[in-house]
Design a binder for this molecule. Structure first.
Ligand code: COA
Length: 260
């Protein structure tokens, strides 16, 4: 179904793996289209409750495929806008998935590869992973990923790292909010599964509502945020999922969703 993705389901968990290991999973137009189409299938599938996003082989993702980018030199400005917009739509589609997206990072995450980590909700990286916004070194810039990256790392780190293009450690990535857990490479899968299991204890609709709430409340003044938060909580309380969660707690049993 997809040329550059391997997709596997294990019950409610969807595993999606970028599969161009020979070029360190660099993005070309096919991988971008695959990821966009895959995100649409997950959005419409109520049986998926968690996604694990990873890269095959030695590295998570080396950013844009430099051979593909070379072709864009011949493009008109309008064609380049269309091409960049497709990448932008792909990041947006993953960013707004209604389920937790867990990123598993080994080797390198560079350029758009860091962008991919920024649209994950939870990122687990191996200690030796390397990150970097290397675009300026190629005379371009980290443009389409910037809304998602700035949301995670803020302006100060972006001003340093976008301008220098320097590679930085997984520890630094954790300090600036891109990474949530740092582990030995041998511990990556076990740590991913720990987070998967934790997410499976949450209500699917509640987690989706939490993602929407974060996006809507972030950066808003209290007066704007307050009615949004009250309405979001009220909606959950009267929902069948919210009522099942409270009833299960009072009856000292697991809620229906965590028994499946
Ligand atoms: N686009 C196209 N090909 C790429 C690539 C990219 N972004 N990144 C790596 N490759 C290719 C290499 O050219 C090499 O191809 P070859 O086997 O035909 O020579 C192959 O992938 C393996 O790369 P190599 O550098 O030998 O692997 P590594 O595991 O030692 O290092 C990286 C991996 C990602 C650290 C390193 O390849 C790198 O720094 N790549 C450039 C990343 C970059 O600048 N991205 C642009 C972001 S805008």
């Amino acid at each position: 179904m997809f040329s550059h993705l391997v997709v596997r389901r294990d019950g409610p968990v969807e595993y999606v793996t970028l599969n161009r290991p020979e070029v360190r999973n660099a993005f070309n137009e096919v991988l971008i289209a695959d990821l966009t189409n895959w995100a649409a299938t997950v959005r419409d599938d109520p049986t998926v409750r968690v996604v694990v996003l990873s890269g095959a082989g030695k590295s998570f993702c080396a950013g844009a495929d430099i051979n593909w980018m070379a072709k864009t030199i011949e493009f008109s400005e309008e064609e380049n806008i269309q091409d960049a917009s497709a990448a932008s739509q792909m990041f947006g589609a993953i960013n707004t998935l209604p389920v937790p997206v867990i990123g598993r990072v080994q080797g390198a995450a560079l350029g758009g590869g860091v962008g991919l980590t920024a649209v994950c909700d939870i990122v687990i990286a191996e200690h030796d992973a390397v990150f970097g916004f290397t675009e300026v070194k190629l005379g371009i810039l980290p443009a389409v990923i910037s809304p998602f990256v700035l949301d995670k790392i803020g302006r100060s780190a972006a001003r340093e790292l976008f301008l220098t293009g320097a590679r930085f450690s997984a520890r630094r990535a954790q300090e600036i909010g891109l990474v949530h857990a740092l582990v030995a490479e041998t511990e990556l899968d076990a740590t991913v599964h720990k987070y998967v299991d934790e997410c499976l204890t949450g209500g699917r609709e509640a987690m989706a509502a939490a993602k929407t709430l974060i996006a809507r409340v972030w950066g808003q003044p209290f007066d704007t945020a307050a009615p949004i938060t009250a309405a979001a909580l009220a909606k959950r309380r009267v929902s069948s999922e919210g009522q099942e969660g409270l009833r299960a707690f009072l009856e000292k049993r697991k809620p229906a969703w965590s028994r499946s």
